[in-house]
Design a protein around this ligand. Structure first.
Ligand code: AP5
Length: 218
């Protein structure tokens, strides 16, 4: 099953994708993670996108479509399906995804829109941090490590915040979402592929709503 998790910054796309990877063995394709990896490894592309990402603006369609094309052509783990997390983000990317999936003989099964209001998004984004060692995600209020200052997974104590997780960049990211990405809600509704869920509940409640949504298409 191939699905898109669609929602504004902080809606919980990455969190829920992580659950689906663990429970169903699906493959998470997060363009945000791919771009951050390119930034960290200092590739030419990484250098090109770093400032754009830190400001909270969208990277060009050409770059992100190229990243997804590479992954789909690799076909890795496609047996259990792909979770597109943070992609597509523009109508051009959505059109490109349809073409790329067709090329590899696959289809999109459903798009899950996660609805969360702006004040909750600000709280989620500004409280987020990750373990620098293993990348496990946490939140100052909603998902603290069991032992303060120590990663539950790897025992590391080097925690990091994303460069774009500040109020200024978040405003730009939200604006990009409403201007460029939210038209995809109508786009997928018209294709009869959209399911909308309440993303404001607990992580477990949201996961349960996603399970229900997936059962309608499997
Ligand atoms: P990207 O990495 O995709 O960031 P984003 O869309 O802004 O999404 P986030 O990762 O911030 O949020 P999320 O929805 O995954 O929430 P999470 O689960 O972490 O993109 C970053 C940048 O890369 C973009 O700005 C752009 O520059 C570029 N880019 C990426 N893709 C692109 C594309 N296709 N085209 C162009 N440019 C692109 O949750 C957030 C926090 O809330 C966490 O701390 C979590 O623990 C907590 N939380 C999660 N769920 C809940 C819950 N139910 N209750 C309470 N807390 C919760």
């Amino acid at each position: 099953m191939n699905i898109i998790l669609l929602g504004p910054p902080g809606a919980g796309k990455g969190t829920q994708a992580g659950f689906l990877v663990a429970e169903r063995g699906m493959v998470q394709l997060s363009t945000g993670d791919m771009l951050r990896a390119a930034k960290t490894s200092g590739t030419e592309m990484g250098k090109k996108v770093a400032a754009v990402m830190d400001r909270g603006e969208l990277v060009t369609d050409e770059i992100v479509i190229g990243l997804i094309e590479e992954q789909l052509a690799g076909g890795e783990g496609s047996g259990s399906g792909f979770i597109f997390d943070g992609f597509p983000r523009t109508l051009a990317q959505a059109d490109a995804l349809a073409v790329l999936l067709e090329k590899v003989g696959q289809k999109l099964d459903t798009v899950i829109e996660m609805r969360v209001d702006d004040s909750a998004l600000v709280k989620r984004i500004t409280g987020r941090f990750t373990c620098g060692g293993c990348g496990t995600g946490y939140h100052e209020e909603f998902k603290k490590p069991v032992k303060d200052g120590v990663c539950d997974k790897c025992g590391g104590s080097d925690f990091k915040k994303r460069a774009d997780d500040n109020e200024e960049s978040l405003k730009t990211r939200l604006m990009a979402y409403y201007k460029e990405t939210s038209p995809l809600i109508g786009y997928y509704y018209a294709k009869d592929q959209l399911q909308s869920i309440d993303g404001l509940g607990t992580m477990e409640a949201v996961a349960s709503d996603i399970t229900k949504a997936l059962s309608k298409v499997s």
